[in-house]
Write a protein that binds this ligand. Structure first.
Ligand code: KG4
Ligand code: ZN
Length: 339
């Protein structure tokens, strides 16, 4: 079995509602990246239904992998390792990807690499900018997580802060639902906000100048209370003002963390990193603070398998293959440095 010299990695991602496969060479050259979103299947429920997600992964994963191999022009015997997300995520969904990856690794006689989904989001940035100078502060904002992480080296992370209640993406989704903007909420609020005034309503910025943890549930309640009190308020103004409050807190904490850590740059990761206003404000902050800004493309911000293959390549080099009896870990956290 090849391991140390592995170059070509097949990545598989099934942790939530995206079925994805990608072929990446040496952790940075994306030869294919196929993402099949199940968003339409879950839209009428207003959120991801775990059982529906698992069943859809079972149906979609084989064709998605086949497409990724074909698009990459992979020759027989060219894949050196198979990497799959093993957590965090929905257990049934994760198991589909992990089992498939292990089966392929066995058949092809190549290593299997279990990849942490959060670490994969961090590597999405590296994929597109391999010259990344460390340390960097990474703001990881998705539907399930809001984390501020100092990345000191490959695989060496220090968690500076995380959310005490709702994740940023979850807040976007809940507020959008309340405003009747549909699902998924983040892109809907992003779109509607273009026509709104971000300073129309002065929503609270919880804990902005206090530590590195986040709290968004009070903001969500403030939106509900405001709309109840002012039923004729313009929805675009509410959306834009809500978005501004979230972005304000995220950017303020990230730049304060970067200053404290002595970071050379700041990175964005996770689905919310696709947000137009967050990208704008993040870039402005980096220019002002003389920091290198690393913003993955929008397709690399949301769940995909290229980032899984990239993280898998680094993990394989650092630690070798994962055992074939390793399972899914739905509650997995980021592997952190211990002082
Ligand atoms: O990372 P991701 O694809 O899945 C996980 O949660 O792991 O993130 C999905 C989240 C959802 O909450 C979605 O509403 C949010 O990212 N999102 C956005 C935007 N695009 C996706 N939030 C704000 N603005 C966007 N443009
Ligand atoms: Zn994600």
């Amino acid at each position: 079995m090849r391991s140390g010299s592995a170059r070509v990695i097949l990545g598989i991602e099934t942790s939530c509602d995206e079925t994805a496969a990608a072929v990446v060479t040496e952790g940075s050259v994306v030869r294919s990246s196929v993402v099949s979103s199940q968003v339409d299947l879950h839209a009428r429920f207003g959120g991801v239904v775990p059982e529906i997600a698992s069943r859809a992964h079972v149906e979609l994963l084989t064709p998605v992998i086949a497409q990724a191999l074909i698009e990459a022009g992979v020759e027989d015997g060219e894949i050196d390792a198979v990497a799959a997300t093993y957590g965090p995520g929905l257990v049934g969904a994760l198991l589909v990807g992990v089992s498939t990856a292990k089966a392929l690794a066995l058949v092809w006689d190549v290593p299997f690499v279990a990849v942490n989904h959060l670490e994969a989001h961090l590597y999405a940035t590296l994929l597109e900018d391999p010259s990344l100078a460390l340390p960097v502060v990474v703001l990881l904002v998705s539907g399930g997580h809001t984390m501020l992480v100092a990345m000191e080296d490959h695989g060496r992370y220090r968690l500076l802060g995380s959310t005490l209640d709702d994740a940023a993406g979850e807040a976007f989704d809940k507020v959008a639902r309340y405003l009747g903007l549909g699902y998924p909420g983040g892109p809907a609020i992003d779109r509607v906000s273009v026509d709104g005034d971000p300073s129309a309503i002065d929503f609270p910025r919880a804990m902005r100048d206090d530590g590195y943890d986040f709290s968004f549930s009070g903001l969500k309640t403030a939106v509900v209370n405001h709309v109840r009190k002012h039923p004729h308020v313009v929805t675009a103004d509410v959306a834009a003002s809500f978005q501004e409050a979230v972005v304000d807190v995220l950017v303020a904490k990230a730049r304060r963390a970067a200053a404290e850590v002595g970071a050379r740059g700041m990175c964005l990761g996770g689905g919310v990193a696709a947000n137009t206003r967050l990208r704008e404000r993040f870039l402005d902050a980096c220019v002002e603070d003389d920091l290198h800004a690393f913003l993955p493309s929008r397709s690399m911000c949301t769940d995909n398998a290229a980032m899984v293959a990239a993280a898998g390549w680094w993990r394989l080099r650092a630690e070798g293959p994962s055992p074939l009896d390793s399972g899914a870990e739905p509650g997995l956290g980021l592997p952190l440095l211990v002082d």
